[in-house]
Design a protein around this ligand. Sequence first.
Ligand SMILES: *Cc1c(COP(=O)(O)O)cnc(C)c1O
Length: 412
Amino acid sequence: MPVTRTLEADVLRRQDPELAGILLAELDRQSTTLQLIAAENFSSPAVLSALGSALANKYAEGYPGARHHGGCEIVDVAERIAVDRAKALFASEHANVQSHSGSSAVLAAYAALLRPGDTVLALGLPYGGHLTHGSPANFSGRWFDFVGYGVDAETGLIDYEQVRTLARTHRPKAIVCGSIAYPRHIDYALFREVADEVGAYLIADAAHPIGLVAGGAAPSPVPYADVVCATTHKVLRGPRGGMILCGAELAERVDRAVFPFTQGGAQMHTIAAKAVAFGEAATPAFTVYAHQVVANARVLAAGLAAEGLVVTTGGTDTHLITADPAPLGVDGRTARGRLAAAGMVLDCCALPHGDARGLRLGTAAVTTQGMGEEEMQRIAALFAEVLRGETESQKARDEVRELTGRFQPYTG
Ligand SMILES: *Cc1c(COP(=O)(O)O)cnc(C)c1O
């Protein structure tokens, strides 16, 4: 494990034992508890090594071949490789790999296509829309006029009829599809049809499923959306960061919306790490991984349902599951606390049918650790034991420790 090795090389420990201790404690936390947060993963030692490289020192405003700083000839190559790999991986005409985060990518997509005050149709926040899809606390809600579509209260599925009706009524300049908590595939073709009918741009915020798309385990929004925004650190397993894919005709507008409109200097260490991650995602091993992530999520969802939790939409097509623990006698917040005490780390989320909070979890990280369907069944059972209060948290914690001990995220 490179992080440990760096510390063992003693540089940080000697200079700053306080911070070195924190790095090791976090590594220990990640290795001895179950990371079930749907947005998290373990990036590879190769990705971490690019992140910790001397490229972090380089200033590089602009794009390869057209920088505002000298000395960019080597980092230019890194960015060209990242762009070429992203284009090939996602069969996209253009890729911008400079967005610092998923939110920055969405901001740039809006900047490329919209003017302040424009109407945008997106999944409402109570149904799993991201902050950047119109939250009043976010630039999106402040600068644009968001109209929210929802999911069916019974099925939890996107109400595509409502999408069509709202689009006809409000004539949005853009329609956003994508969510922080939707467990099913999105019908991109249908969104495209609605967008065409009302003359709107289609923006796919594929922050969550883009890694599954890379591994061929989820449909790609690239053929349908005008602009695809994504993160590189969720199922895709790269460094924390964002990315934008689009057709050649929007390439220049998107690039200018990233730099200089919404960002300054590119983070070349992160871009190099993105290139490494795209390289990994293009391998057959990643295809196997992506399909295993989904297989694991299906087994985990079925296990939770068998234990009595209400799994939204009745299951999942992806890495992501949302569920209501109420039938076990606990609300989402209490459940999250109890599970955390037992070493199972996950989030709360909104539920389609009302105000109660549910649980959101995902299988990207545990699958990277090498866990399979048998372990998912064990996790589902342990979950229910903890929520029903049948197992003390210390005993559950020991079981989690035993499990994670057999599936270490980093070896050596
Ligand atoms: C994670 C996510 C984002 C934001 O990513 P950050 O890197 O945290 O800014 C945006 N949109 C959706 C749908 C997401 O799931």
